[in-house]
Design a binder for this molecule. Structure first.
Ligand SMILES: Nc1ncnc2c1ncn2[C@@H]1O[C@H](COP(=O)(O)OP(=O)(O)OP(=O)(O)O)[C@@H](O)[C@H]1O
Ligand SMILES: [Mg+2]
Length: 458
């Protein structure tokens, strides 16, 4: 049963107590709340008093028969679906009832499965459409993004490992979450692991867990991310950044469906669906000896390449609208329109940071634009330059403060230029990734990039 149907109230109307009892038992067992009425008159009264979510209505009854009761119920509560219960010789009446607005009819003898199926069907049809979760919505109408959506639908039904590739900021994580949401595991956990952010010495215990005392410093037992994803999906982000040593461990987990926490006596079985992503060219990594070919094939059973934004420019107008709505909601800003010229100007840019970069530009324009609409003049110049007045550094009172401000601004710009991709930014500015993480934490920067905003799912 759909979760929202649980607890729905069903009014059972029949003059035979045995039938009411039987229906009550079947329905309550499924989680419905049941009310009863012994005849048509009582039924109409019951509906008027307190609207049920659906009515099961016998046709042949004393006092007021089912058809007459149906007409009254349609008047007092037109939105409530009514299922007629038709006995021997009342089929013609049941058909008439459908014309009078009954949602469906059931024939005696009643069969449990049929009753439940038809009831669920009419209940669903009477509910408002399920609210779409805006956060994981894949926006766009280009053929390229249609193919992505189609892939998500199909991959959602499968169990095989998915490998998502694509430039930074194209929406790889969004796709991973959408696959989880489209799968039978949707109500289970989605656990994200940023493989690039975990130091090599810790990766094994992060992924697979450890027992207390398994190594120096292991003062408590820790459940690994694989174990936490049991029944759900684990998302191995930036999988191309795993060390060869860690790759071997992950390969074993994929091959055997078993993990071995450090210091544990033996392997543990986990039921986890693996989705991985990378913006590296893994084939090149393989050629250069940095990525295991066998792991590549294990991961890429269902491969998806998410195309860069410049190859699907026709999605930009819809994306701007969607991202603007999202940004306004998150920042409590009043919603404003982007003028067509502004949208055209955005559609013409090259977007090395893809959708994430577009989102940053939309966000900045909404925050800084003074007018009622966003025009071309409100857009930051292309290329990520000139975002914050450089003078701010020179207002610093001390050398230390100057250095702090300059470093923060430098890092922010470099991150932006690299689509908030930590690995790429670290390479670009010639510092180890771990040091970059430290500096970002120091400046509180890790949390202001949209891509970094979501915390890891515990
Ligand atoms: N088609 C889309 N529709 C709506 N929003 C999108 C779409 N594609 C990406 N986004 C948004 O753009 C931002 C970046 O997407 P995401 O984090 O999934 O990219 P990524 O490919 O994982 O990037 P990186 O390689 O840098 O990790 C997110 O805010 C995401 O919600
Ligand atoms: Mg990502």
């Amino acid at each position: 049963m759909r979760e929202s149907l649980r607890g729905a109230t069903i009014l059972v109307v029949d003059d035979e107590p045995a039938i009411r009892d039987a229906l009550r038992m079947i329905l309550e067992y499924e989680g419905y709340a049941v009310r009863e009425a012994p005849d048509g008159e009582a039924a109409v009264r019951a509906v008027a008093e307190d609207r049920p979510d659906a009515v099961l209505l016998d046709i042949r009854m004393p006092r007021r028969d089912g058809l007459a009761a149906l007409r009254e119920i349609r008047k007092v509560a037109p939105g409530v679906p009514v299922l007629m219960i038709s006995g021997h010789g009342t089929i013609a009446t049941a058909v008439e009832a459908l014309r009078e607005g009954a949602a469906d009819f059931l024939e005696k003898p009643l069969e449990r499965d049929v009753v439940l199926r038809r009831l669920e069907h009419v209940l669903r049809a009477s509910l408002p459409p399920e609210e779409e979760d805006e956060r994981w919505k894949i926006v766009g109408s280009s053929p390229a993004i249609e193919r992505v959506r189609d892939f998500i639908r199909r991959a959602g039904q499968a169990h095989a490992t998915v490998l998502i590739t694509g430039e930074s900021g194209v929406g790889k994580e969004l796709v991973a979450r959408a696959i989880h949401a489209a799968s039978p595991r949707a109500s289970g956990p989605f656990v994200k692991v940023n493989c690039a952010a975990i130091p090599d010495e810790l990766i094994e215990s992060e992924l697979f867990g450890h027992e207390k005392g398994a190594f120096t410093g292991a003062t408590t037992r820790q459940r690994g991310r694989f174990a936490r994803a049991h029944g759900g999906t684990i998302f191995l982000d930036e999988v191309g950044d795993l060390s060869l040593r860690a790759q071997a461990k992950v390969l074993r987990a994929l091959q055997d469906g078993e993990i071995e926490p450090l210091g544990a006596g033996g392997p543990v079985h986990v039921d986890v669906r693996v989705v991985a992503a990378t913006n590296k060219d893994l084939e090149k990594e393989i050629r250069e000896g940095r990525f295991r070919e066998d792991l590549y094939y294990r991961l890429g059973v269902l491969p998806l390449h998410v195309p860069p934004l410049r190859e699907r420019r026709e999605d930009i107008p819809l994306l701007v609208e969607h991202l603007a709505r999202q940004v306004c909601r998150e920042n409590n800003l009043r919603p404003r329109r982007f003028r067509p010229e502004a949208i055209a100007a955005l559609a013409a840019r090259t977007w090395p940071g893809n959708v994430r970069e577009l989102r940053n530009v939309v966000e900045r324009a909404l925050i800084l634009a003074p007018g009622d609409e966003i025009g071309v003049e409100d857009l930051p110049p292309p290329g990520g330059a000139g975002q914050v007045g450089g003078e701010a550094f020179f207002d610093a009172a001390t050398l230390r403060e100057f250095k702090e401000r300059a470093e923060r601004e430098f890092l922010r710009r470099k991150l932006e230029e690299n689509g908030w991709n930590i690995t790429r930014t670290a390479q670009a500015i010639g510092t180890p990734r771990s040091n970059l993480y430290k500096r970002l934490e120091h400046h509180g920067l890790a949390r202001i990039g949209p891509g970094q905003r979501r915390e890891e799912t515990p």
